[in-house]
Design a protein around this ligand. Structure first.
Ligand code: SF4
Length: 217
């Protein structure tokens, strides 16, 4: 079994299925992916609750919303002016090219859809890959700061790799399976919150037996 799969199985055995991403629709996932930039998930949830309560959690509704009202609704997510602009650029794009149908974008070839998302202001690789994987069920591995930290400590990354190099480690080293990509990213996040924090809590960590960082402490 590859190192990546061995790590996956240990994490999955310890944490079980993560059921990530919590959302009622692909569009809600995409909105959450934009709102979660530079904030924690509990703040995103408050903003999503506000959007639902105002019955505006749809592409046409966000597109038509007065900017100040949108800012007010998503204020709990932080950077609300910037994020309101990004949400409306995203929904304007869906309106102009896909008649507000997100699936139209998500079902293009993976590289085309990814490039299209990345061309939108404020959509970086992590946001684009989150939308592709969790909203579109496309095999695009999501990398975040947790991924770099954990796999650096596990000795699979040197620390000098960029986003695409880290993504390639997973996309070439794992079977191309959406449920696996989905679960793996969520397990990495769970593990880095629970054990592999900035200051790691190695005692009791399910990866202690195979982690060089722990063995050298
Ligand atoms: S043993 Fe420590 S450094 Fe290694 S993965 Fe676990 S918490 Fe992180």
């Amino acid at each position: 079994m590859s190192d990546l799969m061995q790590i996956y199985h240990k994490l999955f055995t310890h944490y079980g299925p993560r059921d990530w991403w919590p959302a009622e629709s692909p569009f809600e996932v995409a909105v959450g992916a934009i709102l979660t930039q530079n904030t924690n998930w509990s703040n995103v949830e408050k903003a999503i609750v506000n959007l639902k309560a105002a019955a505006v959690l749809s592409s046409p509704a966000i597109c038509a919303l007065e900017r100040g009202r949108l800012e007010e609704l998503i204020r709990p997510s932080g950077f609300f002016r910037q994020k309101a602009e990004r949400l409306q650029l995203f929904t304007n794009h869906l309106r102009d090219h896909y008649a507000h149908d997100l699936q139209g974008l998500l079902q293009r070839s993976l590289n085309t859809a990814r490039a299209e998302l990345l061309a939108l202001k404020g959509v970086g690789p992590e946001t684009a890959d989150s939308i592709l994987l969790y909203a579109g069920e496309r095999p695009s591995f999501v990398v975040d700061a947790y991924t770099g930290r954990l796999f650096g400590r596990l000795g699979l990354l040197s620390g000098s790799e960029n986003y695409m190099q880290i993504r390639a480690l997973f996309m070439t080293g794992l079977p191309t399976e959406v449920p696996l990509y989905n679960e793996y990213h969520a397990l990495i996040v769970a593990h880095c919150k629970e054990f592999c924090r900035k200051k790691p809590r190695c005692t009791g960590c399910p990866l202690t037996a195979i982690c060089p960082y722990n063995l050298h402490q």
